[in-house]
Design a protein around this ligand. Sequence first.
Ligand code: PLP
Length: 379
Amino acid sequence: MIYLDNNATTRPAPEVREAMACSLEADFANPSSPYGPARKVVRAMAEARESVAALVNASPGEVVFTSGGTEANNAVLAMARSLKPDGTRVIISSVEHASVLAPAGCLAAQGLEVVYLPVNGDGNLDLDRLTESLDDRTALVSVMMANNETGIMMPLEEVCSRAAVYGIPVHSDAVQAAGKSPVSFADSGVCLLSLSMHKLHGPKGIGVLLVGDGLETEPWLTGGGQERNRRGGTENVAGIVGAGVAARLALDSFPEAPARMRRLRDRFEQRVLGRVSGVRVVGAVGPRLPNTSLLLVDGVEADAVISLLDLEGICCSSGSACAAGSHETSHVLTAMGFQPGPGALRISLSRESTAEEVDLVADRLPAIVDQLRNAGPAF
Ligand code: PLP
């Protein structure tokens, strides 16, 4: 198998699997229990918290473990009202992940105004619209660090400095950025940040919401008072241990792994652009994650390309795994002003990806595209 769909998920690292197996076998005590084995589990979780904090330059006390990026994002939107009780507006970008868009939609249904910041064809966020929309009634701004479909990075520093004029808290979904691009919670200006560990060779079902020191938030799961009273429920200890190892490995892989992914990504794009006509790279001009390449291929359907690649044991996607199979142009491409038509093929690399793999896919694509174009018009 050639796996080039690492924005959907990554293979858990062997060290992660080993640490989790060990935790499940030997350290099964409930961390809230009053005896030695439980204290060992507490220490293991504290170590993991430190590693996750180190990956994103945060303090361990700011780390709240969640069931994933979706929970972290949902929790932030749900707390918008409590962040500013007299707030009537939430501002998000129009290219957010569904786990931000959907709860924002719920807030709108409850009467809050939701402003969707537009992006242009290069994915650049409309900062003027942000400035126009900011006022004392704004409760929250949520702008992702990097987009999962295109890899395009958002101007977060600028977003934060504009929001800071009104003292408005900024959240960022860094699920795709962490592990591929340096992230510094301490320096970013955001006070809430979401992570998901399965995107960086950790386990599925474990994520993090970083809550900045001094930010008062209500618990989003009430019960046992775990996670400093923010998220009740017995902790996913093995997941947390695996998250810690994944974070440490990701940090150790900097800066070599992202630089290597960028070289492979550029090599892939050059090879494809040199051999297939009617191909565009989305977001090629601005800052982009080093591992992501979204290609628009004229005259073919993305699903057909993906199926033919799948027959050859090559895994890639048309964009978000959550929207896969929906045949509709993604909300991200729609927001960027692309008309339905060209097939969108996303390849996303990991630190495990090799030159042989990307070359093989780049070499197979011309024949696959020819075959589909010769079979007749896609639309
Ligand atoms: N945010 C972004 C940008 C994502 O790409 C994803 C997953 O694809 C999520 C949030 C959701 O994370 P999780 O799968 O951990 O719920």
